[in-house]
Design a protein around this ligand. Sequence first.
Ligand code: ATP
Ligand code: MG
Length: 336
Amino acid sequence: MDKKIILTGDRPTGQLHLGHYVGSLQNRVKLQHEYKQFIMIADVQALTDNAENPEKVRQNVLQVALDYLAVGIDPKISTIFIQSLIPEIAELTIFYLNLVTLARLQRNPTVKDEMKQKGFGSNIPAGFLVYPVSQAADITCFNANLVPVGKDQIPHIEQTAEIVRKFNNVYGHVLVEPQALVPKDENVARLPGTDGKAKMSKSLGNTIYLSDSKDTIYSKIMSMYTDPNHLKVQDPGNIEGNTVFTYLDVFDTNKEYVQELKEHYKRGGLGDVKVKKYLNEVLQNILEPIRIRRQEFEKNPDYVMQILKDSTQVARQEAQKTMQEVRRAMKINYFE
Ligand code: ATP
Ligand code: MG
């Protein structure tokens, strides 16, 4: 039987961080053996809110690829490709745009949040508003069954499913309806930032990057958001919404010890610095091997770019197959 297909990806708007790691990268490393996996560096999507920053997007293509290799995505079994080099995605997007309404796009809660966060006001780039349609094209181009993503992406996968149903209804059954694979644990599906804000995000400056040095990790942890009312060590502290404990829940496998720390903190007598130092140990242990592997690949950027070049060709062939079927179904295969 053919393997089921995964499509995932990231915007090359910065290096990848712990949120990506738990929300999505870990799943990909695991699933690449069971599924045929396509991983997209979404430069076209990155340009929807970085049109005036082409250099940033270009540089981060390599950075994101380095992060993939560092966490253990194996380019021999996963196909890592660059979105803008698959023109079929742009073609599909144009056709899908006829199957959605403006009102539907404006209702997307993730897009609404992001528009507010980016302060577009009424000057929303049209390309930004329709990026979920382009994402539907990314996914369906590869006939993906499964899309491992963080929680913010659920509305986009729902939008994709609607487009697929509409397309298949109008033109005949061609497209595969995908499903989102979101981590069950709420904190994993949307890891909060070091500032305690709802989501660790490149755009919010509240990240711990996979490539951060030992010292940077330490100082980011030391300035992490905890319980603002926990002023003296002997005071009872609050663990709800206390980012240091949220991170321990997510990253420390020693659940019993975390439970003990929580009880102690709630009782009083356990200082923030002590908990933070422990979290530092836990995170350094996870991030050190990733950083070391990354540094190895950093020495050879040409090798990494060659992987992208070769894999993009493989991906393009898949996309061309789908596009041919779409053309037939839409009766625009005039000279076939
Ligand atoms: P940007 O701020 O430029 O949008 P981002 O940090 O949100 O960047 P994306 O490239 O948009 O990162 O997201 C890539 C993938 O990582 C998506 O599947 C997203 O759901 C997931 N992801 C991003 N941030 C987190 C997080 N804090 N927790 C869990 N998953 C996350
Ligand atoms: Mg994002």
